[in-house]
Design a protein around this ligand. Structure first.
Ligand SMILES: [Zn+2]
Length: 324
């Protein structure tokens, strides 16, 4: 499970790496009120300025039209800064992840499209499946990890709303005491290579295990878009949990890197929704370098370490040597 402290650690390093731990930042830190968590202070992230914001009045979600027919649904008030994507075709739309389940994501998708919405998850960690229960049609990877998480959980959800995880107010009507990841039912199990035709837009599922056994990426080949879930996002990538498989992760990112020449945009599931495709081959080189012992290593708590190479950051389980 993810503890509040681990999340705080992630948030803190996100802040440090994305904006740089400048001296000015340290001064702001010293003067800021104690109740504002560290990760919250660099928000809004400057990268969002160049994106077109829509539905600006929602108190919990920020919605951006990233490219035609693709909306990033961002949750900046919680430390995960998770991003779900609504991808709209002529006949139906796909919601790739459903966020934290803290606010009503279905209300948002209903405002963005009148077409039927099907759900698919980049993987089934709690921060990506929170609104699954609100939808009637859900694709799921044919994996034990997916089935297990489909039963829902309370512990992971509760850790997400610890005071250091929140930036601003929770939505009206939200009850922290009863907050859980609600269970959901898979309507149709899928595997690598599965395609969904949304009408004028086809999405292809790429199985990319590593972060979790059920991690996938979603490829819109005709438009050069690759939705990478937690396999890539522009912040420290979490690769320390028991369900993580580093060998599988390296193979998966190699597969993604091979696609880079035909891509226009890479869209990850946390922090910032847009990255250049050239990031993918560099990601392969960085994780391989880190695994061969290169790069800087900074212990993170007792059981993890942040490995940094070529501007990439990976949060890995600490080796015996680092623990000593
Ligand atoms: Zn995850």
């Amino acid at each position: 499970m993810i503890t509040g402290m681990e999340k705080f650690a992630k948030a803190a390093v996100n802040l440090g790496f994305i904006l740089g731990l400048s001296l000015a930042g340290a001064v702001v830190h010293a003067q800021a009120p104690a109740q504002v968590p560290e990760w919250c202070r660099p928000l809004p992230r400057p990268e969002y300025k160049s994106l077109q914001r829509v539905l600006p009045d929602d108190p919990w979600f920020e919605v951006y039209k990233v490219v035609p027919g693709v909306f990033a649904i961002y949750e900046p008030h919680q430390a995960e800064e998770v991003i779900s994507y609504l991808i709209v075709g002529n006949k139906q739309a796909m919601l790739f992840d459903t966020g934290m389940g803290i606010s009503d994501i279905r209300k948002v998708t209903t405002k963005l499209t009148s077409r039927p919405v099907v759900v698919l998850n980049s993987h089934t960690h709690d921060d990506h499946v929170g609104g699954n229960w609100q939808f009637t049609f859900i694709y799921g990877m044919d994996a034990d990890f997916t089935r297990k998480n489909g039963k829902g959980s309370r512990e992971d959800a509760q850790a997400e709303i610890a005071p250091d995880q929140l930036c601003g107010d929770l939505p009206k009507g939200f009850n922290p005491k009863t907050y859980v990841t609600k269970p959901w039912r898979i309507s149709h199990f899928i595997n690598d290579g599965f395609k969904v035709n949304l009408g004028g837009r086809t999405l292809e599922v790429l199985s990319t295990p590593g972060h979790t056994p059920d991690a996938i990426c979603l490829l819109d080949r005709a438009n050069g878009l690759l939705f990478t879930g937690d396999t890539y996002y522009p912040a420290p990538i979490w690769l320390f949990r028991p369900e993580t498989d580093l060998d599988a992760y390296v193979n998966s990112v190699k597969r993604l890197a091979a696609l880079a020449p035909e891509l226009k945009l890479v869209l990850g599931a946390h922090n910032i929704p847009v990255a250049e495709p050239s990031v993918l081959p560099r990601l392969v080189a960085a994780i391989q370098a880190v695994r061969s012992g290169q790069g800087a290593v900074k212990p993170e708590g007792e059981s993890k370490a942040i490995h940094t190479h070529d501007g990439f950051h990976f949060l890995l389980a600490a080796s015996k040597k680092e623990k000593n």
